[in-house]
Design a protein around this ligand. Structure first.
Ligand code: ATP
Ligand code: MG
Length: 600
């Protein structure tokens, strides 16, 4: 029987390198030489080794022009139509490579590259080099590149610009590669990435929410570009102390689109000037971008909120460039996440505009624990950039019209769940942009997220972040929960209070309205308990909302809460003996519909 010979096998299943024979080594050397050689002939020019020569009929031989220089690639930007030339040249002791605009191939402009080491100091050199490059150029085909990100109309068709360009299956494909500041090239394996989502993201609401936030960028970009909707960029500010997984969550969000590695683009840190940071979002129509503040690098909160506010507007119009000329308007339309130690809304009391554009989250833990965070980071460094192109494909298949419908119908549904305020409509829109991604994820990857829990989290965060000015709607909705919870302390219609509960008021329900008469002493108590300081201001605001039933020129309303036989209870609650013929003073707060209907 033959004995099996075990060979050392590496993890890719390849046989470990055997010592190279002398012959092999020589072959390899030659191969490397050929690959790295820049020799080329474009009559009458020739590059041999490090020199550029030209054929002389007179001398019947090639004569020296300059050190070698040639075109490595021609790139045509499909957005600006600009042609960029990548040159490679021998500078003293090494090959250098630079990218110039095609217009700079002229003799005069080429001379400027002498400062980079291009051998064109003499007039005749520049002339010959320019003529050679012009000839060589004709032998090459340009490759398409794009530098913008997200949705765009190219050759009349809607496309999503990622590392490659995603087109609708029904339109011709466009071959172009991203050439810009961000690393969008998909890395690792898309199944590994989806596996990570299933294992570490699904079931953990804050991260599910972050998934949705990331995909909202595609929706906003698409609807804006196709003029199906006019949304400002969505801003999400994540507030919280250190080591709660803020950065991890943000990395997860950007990894749907591209590299989450700091300095590779989509995950920006708060440093540099405001203008430099703003530049990073110009021409972004549908890729999440994050401005991450680390404890090491705190931006003062005034500056941070000013920056965020500017970002929320979809363009940078009024700037002058350094020659005091009006710059071309720069635009964007996407979702922007920022992280920080302090609240932006808290300091922006009078800024209603910010209020509806900015979504602030203070969630205790974005990741379950340190280990969860570390597992995610490790995997995200290896696998990224797979999800956004797939979602874009699905969105193209559905078309902008259908996407707009989805957003609209989710908005209508959400509106019914929100407390009544003048912002309800706009907040519902904002929520809808974050809920609609759930459907897209389901359609594209058949991964199901918990809509119910995400919505609950959104509403909870919204209430938390409401500013003083909006305390009335917040209070109104908190009071509703309170009344439902302490229902037993209220008389309902003619029904007596069961047992020996304290009586706090009376509730009258019909199918379209609930009237809650709350004895003034109790109302004051509830106001304090819910964390508000001033009943009077609150009632005034509630009146403006139209949810207070009151007597003329008064805030209160008299109501017979206690019957003659309940004088003892009345004394317990109000501290007053006797029976009030005309009823006791209450604040009467109303709600649409029967608030107890869903509760048994
Ligand atoms: N939920 C968590 N509970 C406890 N520790 C955590 C949690 N999430 C992350 N960490 C720890 O904090 C480290 C940093 O994680 P991450 O950068 O995501 O936090 P962060 O909230 O952004 O903090 P910072 O404010 O310092 O930037 C992780 O390596 C991990 O050790
Ligand atoms: Mg961080």
């Amino acid at each position: 029987m033959l004995k099996k010979v075990r060979r050392p096998v590496n993890h890719q299943g390849k046989v470990e390198n055997q010592p190279m024979s002398k012959l092999d080594a020589e072959k390899k050397r030659q191969l490397v030489k050929i690959q790295s050689s820049h020799d080329i002939e474009v009559h009458p020019y020739k590059i041999t080794g490090n020199d550029l020569t030209v054929w002389s009929d007179k001398k019947e031989k090639y004569v020296y022009v300059s050190k070698a220089v040639k075109i490595k690639a021609i790139k045509r930007n499909i957005e600006t139509k600009e042609i960029q030339i990548e040159l490679i040249f021998w500078a003293y002791d090494k090959w250098e490579s630079i990218t110039i605009s095609r217009g700079e191939l002229t003799k005069r402009e080429l001379k400027k590259q002498a400062s980079k080491g291009l051998d064109v100091l003499e007039d005749f050199q520049a002339g010959e080099v320019s003529s050679f490059l012009s000839k060589q150029e004709k032998t090459l085909k340009p490759t398409n590149v794009h530098s913008g990100i997200g949705w765009d109309i190219v050759n009349g068709q809607l496309v999503y610009k990622h590392y490659k360009i995603i087109t609708s299956p029904s339109t011709p494909s466009i071959d172009s590669t991203y050439s810009g500041d961000f690393n969008l090239k998909p890395n690792g394996d898309s199944y590994d990435f989806l596996g990570l989502i299933l294992k570490e993201v699904r079931g953990h609401t804050p991260l599910e929410l972050m998934l949705c936030i990331s995909i909202s960028a595609l929706i906003i970009g698409m609807l804006n570009r196709t003029r199906k909707g006019n949304f400002d960029s969505l801003l999400v500010h994540i507030v919280g102390t250190s080591t709660i997984g803020k950065t991890t969550a943000a990395m997860m969000g950007v990894s749907l689109v591209g590299s989450p590695i700091p300095k590779e683009g989509l995950l920006q840190s708060y440093h540099g000037t405001k203008n430099a940071m703003a530049k990073t979002i110009v021409n972004n129509y549908g890729a999440l971008i994050v401005f991450d503040e680390s404890t090491m690098n705190l931006m003062d909160s005034q500056n941070q909120s000013a920056f965020i506010y500017e970002m929320s507007h979809n363009s940078d119009k009024s700037r002058l460039d350094k020659d005091s000329e009006l710059k071309e308007t720069q635009t964007w339309s996407t979702t922007i996440v920022s992280t920080g130690e302090s609240s932006i809304l808290g300091k922006a009391n009078n800024n209603e505009g910010l209020r509806v554009r900015l979504f602030e989250f203070s969630i205790d833990n974005w990741t379950r624990d340190a280990e969860h965070s570390d597992t995610l980071k490790n995997e995200l460094y290896k696998n990224y950039g797979h999800v956004a192109p797939k979602i874009a494909e699905k969105m193209l298949e559905l078309g902008p019209e259908e996407i707009a419908n989805m957003v609209e119908s989710n908005k209508e549904y959400i509106q019914k769940l929100l407390p009544n305020s003048k912002f309800r409509d706009r907040i519902a829109t904002k929520f809808s942009l974050m809920i609609t991604p759930i459907e897209l994820i389901k359609m594209t990857f058949n991964i199901e997220l918990s809509e119910e829990k995400i919505l609950e989290m959104l509403i909870e965060q919204e209430l938390k972040s409401m500013t003083e000015r909006e305390m009335a709607p917040k209070f109104h909705s908190q009071l509703k929960q309170y009344l439902i919870r302490y229902k037993r302390h209220f008389k309902h219609g003619t029904q007596e209070v069961i047992g020996h509960q304290e009586i706090w008021g009376k509730i009258e329900t019909s199918s379209n309205e609930t009237r809650c008469f709350i004895l003034t002493v109790m109302f004051d108590k509830i106001v304090k308990e819910l964390g508000y300081s001033d009943t009077k201001i609150l009632i005034n605001e509630l009146k403006k909302m139209g949810v207070v039933l009151h007597e003329k020129n008064k805030n209160q309303k008299r109501k017979s809460v206690f019957s003659k036989s309940e004088m003892k209870q009345r004394e317990e609650t109000l501290g007053q003996a006797g029976y009030a013929e005309k009823g006791d003073y209450t604040y009467c707060i109303t709600y649409e519909g029967n608030i107890f209907e869903d509760i048994v």
